[in-house]
Design a protein around this ligand. Structure first.
Ligand code: PGA
Length: 252
């Protein structure tokens, strides 16, 4: 039985004050609940502040991106080693906003995956098709290409330190979530790909989160699908009550 994992992606929101408050409210609300794993991923400037707030709690810290070198003359970039240093356990890579708004390619994401794992971070790797691609019946082809590209050169053992997040681009921040059946179908396809390329053990242990307009009222039906192992939550993670309701939906 895979334990469900819910992560909050705060994107480019919060201030130092609201980040601290939000993290504290999540910690309070979660208490010592152990039935679900929970992470929050604040913007870079607030990682240390949130790390302090999370100390001694069951909520772990993640970042939203990193560069693929551990240090050097890369103005404006943040290395995986720095994220480890400030207390991160996870890093989100390949988010669709970075793929589509900032032009990140699978090859670039792949370099970051290798660097993050080498530095000791666990990776939440995002995948997903655009509306146009879905309408052209290319969803599986797109997922296949993203998996091949961003997981290139990894051994099955590395998959143990990775979580995949299926996030259909048309569902992110739009209020239009995938139906539980659409999510299940994509998740089963992703797990099948992992089985084929990394073996049955890696596939059955792999956590695959769903992301894209997950809210308190649709979380349970998504999380009940056989291959949906929790969620990557954007908008709703900025409200502690909503985020905690989604976390509780993962326990049901
Ligand atoms: P959303 O974002 O929940 O606001 O749709 C999800 C994500 O981008 O990770």
């Amino acid at each position: 039985m895979r334990k469900k994992f819910v992560a909050g992606n705060w994107k480019m929101f919060t201030t130092s004050a609201t980040a601290r408050q939000l993290a504290a409210a999540v910690v309070r609300g979660l208490g010592d609940e152990q039935g679900v794993a929970v992470a929050i991923c604040p913007p870079f400037p607030y990682l240390s502040i949130v790390a302090e707030t999370l100390q001694g709690s069951r909520v772990v810290l993640g970042a939203q991106n990193c560069y693929h070198e551990q240090e050097g003359a890369f103005t404006g970039e943040v290395s995986p080693a720095m994220l480890v240093d400030v207390g991160c356990r996870y890093v989100i890579l390949g988010h669709s906003e970075r793929r589509h708004k900032l032009g990140e390619t699978d090859a670039f994401i792949n370099r970051k995956v290798h660097a993050a794992l080498a530095a000791g971070l666990d990776v939440i790797l995002c995948l997903g098709e655009t509306l146009e691609e879905r309408q052209a019946h290319r969803t599986e082809a797109v997922l296949e290409a993203q998996l091949m590209g961003s997981l290139a050169g990894l051994e099955a053992a590395a998959l143990r330190r990775m979580v995949l997040a299926y996030e259909p681009v048309w569902a992110i921040g739009t209020g239009q979530n995938a139906t539980p059946q659409q999510a299940q179908q994509a998740h089963a396809f992703i797990r099948g790909h992992i089985r084929q390329h990394f073996g049955a053990e890696a596939a059955s242990a792999l956590l695959i989160q769903y992301g894209g307009s997950v809210k308190p009222d649709n979380a349970a039906s998504l999380f009940h699908q056989a291959d949906v192992d929790g969620g990557l939550i954007g908008g709703a993670s900025l409200n502690a009550d909503h985020f905690l309701a989604i976390v509780r939906a993962a326990l049901a």
